[in-house]
Each structure stands twice: as structure tokens, then as C-alpha cells.
Unconditional design. Structure first.
Length: 248
């Protein structure tokens, strides 16, 4: 009796178990890693396929969800949903950076945090899912990606760094800065600790698997400090503004 292969952490996050796990391994492999080890497979061909699958299935999702919209508005919304920024944000949420197989040079240059690389790898994973299971699992993954982004944009709160920036600008203050105070762990699983500095004062501290995630948490803590400050304290003043959302 054959034992069923346990799902990997990435498969659990995706909600999809590969029949050919080597496809997922290739999607997470950078060209630098493959070349250093004499391997032939890396993510770039899968990214090419995943980009096309993402575009088609996102267009289909918008077409069905918004029968009232003209072509121009559909194109605008599709462009937003498949943008590098949107894909990189979702890749960070899935913690794909820590799963990548990188060459030494790419590792040293901070490849695990590069938005363009993270977006490309997410597209490669989508291509791998399509090859492994066909259009239906790919459609489920794309639906999860776009609906998650729509939910975030439709909420009354934008990301913490944007909200904090708006809050300090409303008070006429300089923009917040972020200061790395600690870094620990091996290269493939680092942890970063960051202070958010407002008006020269550290108002919030955050930690995360990437500097960007640590900065978001630090900004959230700084916002909480501003909102809790009495009127006479530093940081009191105009209320924190919120974003009405993209309206997708």
C-alpha cells in the first residue's frame, strides 16, 4: 500500500496538493540556484505560462462579476489586479520569500524581499498549478487571489504604512521613517525587528519574516499610539484618515 505524501507548507497555504511536486519545486527555484547546481529547471518558463493564465482567469472573473462595466473599465480593473504590486503583496502574505531556492549572489542581494521576484514566483506557481491540475484548480487560486485583493481594497482601511503617512501629513509633520533594530536567524528564515519613528520618537515596533512585514507591524503600533495619545501629548491632532477603497 502506497503512503500518501503529506502536503508541504506551501501546498497548505495554497489549498492545493500537487500530483507532480517537482513542478512546485521548479516554481520556487531561481535561475541562479539552478545554474549553481547544474539543474535545468527554474521558475521562468512557468512564470510565462502563469502570467497568461492569470490574465485570462482574472478577465473572466471580472467579466462575470461586473456585467454592467464597459471594456475600458474592465481593462483598468484587470490591470490593477494583476499588477506587480498586487502580486508581490499576496506573495508576501503567503511567505513565499522564505520558500525560495536562491543562488548565493541573489541571496546576498536581498532576493527574498524583491517585489518583482516575488510577483514572478507567484505567477510561476499559478502556471505550475495549471499544468498539474488543469484550469479548475488554477481558477480557484486566481479567484482567491483577486477576491482577497478586492476585499482589502474595499475595506475602509488601507495598509498601515499608508494610513500612518496620511495621519502625519494631516498634522503637517515630516513623513515617518523606519529603523532596523535587529536581524536574526539563518538566511532562509530571517526575522527582522523595526522601529517606526515619528517626529524623532520611536512610536511603534514590529517584527516579521521580511523588513516590509516588520515595517507594516511597526506602523500599525505607531497608529495605535497616535490614536491613544491625549490631546496634549505628542502625536495628538488631526484624526487618522482612511481610504474608501478601490470599489472592485
Amino acid at each position: 500500500m502506497l503512503l500518501r505524501r503529506p502536503s508541504s507548507p506551501v501546498e497548505k497555504l495554497l489549498g492545493y496538493r500537487f500530483r507532480k511536486p517537482e513542478l512546485l519545486e521548479a516554481a520556487l527555484t531561481h535561475r541562479s540556484y539552478a545554474h549553481e547546481r547544474g539543474e535545468g529547471q527554474h521558475y521562468e518558463r512557468l512564470e510565462f505560462l502563469g502570467d497568461a493564465v492569470l490574465g485570462l482567469l482574472t478577465a473572466e472573473w471580472l467579466f462575470r462579476r461586473h456585467p454592467e462595466l464597459p471594456e475600458g473599465e474592465l481593462s483598468k480593473r484587470k490591470g490593477f489586479l494583476v499588477s506587480r504590486e498586487a502580486l508581490a503583496r499576496r506573495a508576501e502574505e503567503l511567505d513565499l520569500g522564505s520558500r525560495l531556492r536562491l543562488g548565493v549572489g541573489e541571496e546576498r542581494s536581498g532576493g527574498r524581499e524583491k517585489a518583482s521576484l516575488l510577483a514572478d514566483v507567484l505567477e510561476a506557481i499559478l502556471g505550475a498549478v495549471y499544468l498539474d491540475g488543469g484550469v479548475e484548480p488554477a481558477r480557484r487560486l486566481v479567484t482567491d487571489l483577486v477576491e482577497g485583493d478586492v476585499t482589502r481594497r474595499s475595506s475602509t482601511r488601507t495598509d498601515a504604512k499608508t494610513r500612518l503617512q496620511e495621519a502625519v501629513q494631516a498634522r503637517g509633520w515630516p513623513l515617518p521613517t523606519y529603523r532596523l533594530v535587529a536581524e536574526s536567524g539563518p538566511d532562509h528564515a530571517k526575522s527582522f525587528t523595526v522601529d517606526c519613528v515619528v517626529q524623532g520618537e520611536p512610536l511603534g515596533r514590529g517584527s516579521g519574516r521580511s523588513k516590509k512585514l516588520a515595517e507594516q507591524e511597526a506602523a500599525e503600533r505607531a497608529l495605535e499610539a497616535l490614536e491613544a495619545a491625549p490631546a496634549s501629548a505628542p502625536g495628538a491632532g488631526a484624526p487618522v484618515r482612511t481610504d474608501p477603497g478601490f470599489g472592485l
